[in-house]
Design a protein around this ligand. Structure first.
Ligand code: MG
Length: 219
């Protein structure tokens, strides 16, 4: 990543306004950028106090729009579920292209299996450092995603790559995503050049706010 992009990443904190050219995915009021997975119906998650709250019994939500390379900012708040353990404690996730999950989980003082805690590229790589805040505090993710590249005959020439900054701490630095999809992906067929962003409903009332995505030119 260039020095300037690194700086922009590290300066991106709670309340970071969408930069020029960004697509606002949730502004505190309007969830119309999202549809439910499978049904294609309008997003039924609750909008409360400027937050989009995962609603039990509904499917994941997926952006209407698809993206290639991008920078994504989102903020999330994990409810305290002290009687739940491991993967059952405030689980959600944000999937790049609907298929590569960056885990969202209350793994604060809540051990879970390797490559499954908050910030993990699910089932591939733990975060380089643990940057999670305690439950009931806001966290930020700033994600730079680079789509797979294709050459002649649609053959993949480069796998997708991801950089993740969690609460201002770089936890993955331009990491190649090895598998064509992670668990519970929208699609596990051939990898596309563009795809939506998906937020996972794992049955826990995780809150989101200030979600925007800035499409990037291929580098
Ligand atoms: Mg998850």
């Amino acid at each position: 990543m260039s020095l300037l992009a690194s700086l922009a990443f590290l300066l991106a904190q709670q309340g970071s306004p969408p930069p020029e050219g960004a697509v606002v995915l949730f502004d505190g009021k309007d969830a119309s950028a999202w549809l439910h997975r499978g049904t294609g119906g309008a997003c039924q998650w609750d909008v409360v106090d400027g937050c989009l709250v995962v609603k039990a019994g509904t499917p994941d939500i997926v952006t209407k729009q698809v993206f290639g390379d991008y920078r994504l900012h989102l903020e999330f708040w994990l409810p305290l579920m002290k009687d739940a353990e491991g993967q059952a404690r405030a689980n959600s996730g944000v999937y790049q292209h609907g298929r590569y999950e960056i885990q969202i989980l209350d793994s604060w003082e809540n051990p879970t299996y390797a490559k499954g805690g908050c910030g993990a590229i699910y089932d591939q790589k733990d975060p380089d450092r643990d940057a999670i805040r305690p439950p009931e505090k806001w966290n930020t993710y700033d994600i730079e995603f680079r789509a797979p590249r294709f050459g002649e005959g649609g053959r993949m020439t480069a796998k997708p790559r991801v950089t993740v900054v969690h609460n201002g701490v770089r936890i993955h630095d331009d990491v190649e995503i090895e598998k064509p999809s992670t668990a519970a992906a929208l699609d596990d067929g051939p990898q596309p050049a563009m795809g939506p962003i998906l937020l996972q409903n794992h049955g826990n009332p995780v809150r989101f706010r200030n979600i925007w995505v800035l499409p990037l030119d291929p580098r």
